[in-house]
Design a protein around this ligand. Structure first.
Ligand code: ADP
Ligand code: MG
Length: 271
């Protein structure tokens, strides 16, 4: 569905920064791809290129074979609804002073404008584990984990073909991270969208990703099925990333917290 080929992005400056240097990446419908690598390796730049927010120096980004071209500001919102982003800071996608139900309604309208069936904001709130009666409340009335759920609800209400999470769990406490990640995976996959899940931290990504893509300094150093890379990392950089992941019980799984800050049961979402 999404095909990135030979992508290169250079930021202007003295000297210019070659942030992404020849990246190939594919995300299929219903597939979860984890894009991992340390801070500054070019992950967000790839996300921006997919959304048409930066102009590649070389390479192509295509959706179902149709190339994405950088868009002027006015055309951007409509064209972007088939790709939805969830950021580390929920306020990057949520308005602080509008009721959350209204904001989820914006997502619904974007979907309807593209010919999708209408849906109720309250139903989206229920789907992310929040009370539908919370629709009148404002983002600041919620915890960080709940705000991220609201951002996920708003993004998915737009019925995107691709959901991109750019460090969507990095600001959450450890007990909430796995749950929000699994929620994103479940809802994206259920709706038939692809999920590109970006993180500098492998420990949670590997729980939800079908495929892993490991980046280092603007390049992909390793990619493949998540379980294979987890079991037998080939590149020294991947090995170093994995060595940094705590595995206290030797099972290869992170210890599972029972519930998150909103009381959402972990067993329901972690496979
Ligand atoms: N707008 C920008 N102008 C100049 N350099 C940038 C800009 N955005 C990012 N960079 C640089 O590009 C590189 C990749 O950044 P980024 O894509 O944000 O990495 P990541 O998301 O993996 O942390 C870094 O060296 C960063 O400093
Ligand atoms: Mg980033």
């Amino acid at each position: 569905m999404l095909d990135v080929t030979g992508l290169r992005v250079t930021y202007r400056g003295r000297p210019p920064v070659r942030a992404v240097d020849g990246v190939d990446l594919t995300v299929d419908a219903g597939q979860v791809v984890g894009l991992v690598g340390e801070s500054g390796c070019g992950k967000s730049t790839i996300a921006r290129a997919i959304c048409g927010l930066v102009k590649p120096a070389a390479g192509t980004v295509a959706f179902e074979g149709t190339p994405v071209t950088p868009l002027g500001l006015r055309r951007r919102p409509a064209a972007l609804t088939r790709v939805q982003m969830v950021f580390q800071d929920p306020y990057a996608s949520l308005h602080p002073r509008r009721p959350i139900g209204v904001q989820i309604g914006d997502g619904v309208r974007a979907a309807v404008a593209r010919g999708a069936a209408s849906s109720e904001p309250g139903a989206w709130l229920r789907r992310v584990g929040l009370d539908p009666d919370a629709a009148r409340r404002h983002p600041h009335e919620f915890s960080g984990g709940q705000r991220q759920r609201i951002a996920i609800a708003r993004a998915l209400a737009a019925r995107p073909d691709l959901l991109i999470g750019d460090e969507p769990i990095s600001a959450l406490d450890a007990s909430t991270q796995a749950i929000v990640a699994a929620l994103m995976r479940d809802l994206a996959v259920d709706s038939g969208a692809g999920l590109l899940f970006i993180s500098h931290d492998l420990s949670v990504v590997r729980l939800i990703a079908d495929r892993l893509v490991v980046m280092y300094r603007g390049r992909i150093v390793e990619s493949g099925p998540a379980q294979e890379i987890w079991r037998d990392p080939q590149h020294p950089y991947t090995q170093a990333l994995l060595a940094a992941v705590p595995v206290p019980d030797g099972s290869g799984r992170m210890p599972a917290p029972p519930v998150d800050d909103a009381g959402y049961p972990l067993e329901a979402v972690l496979r």
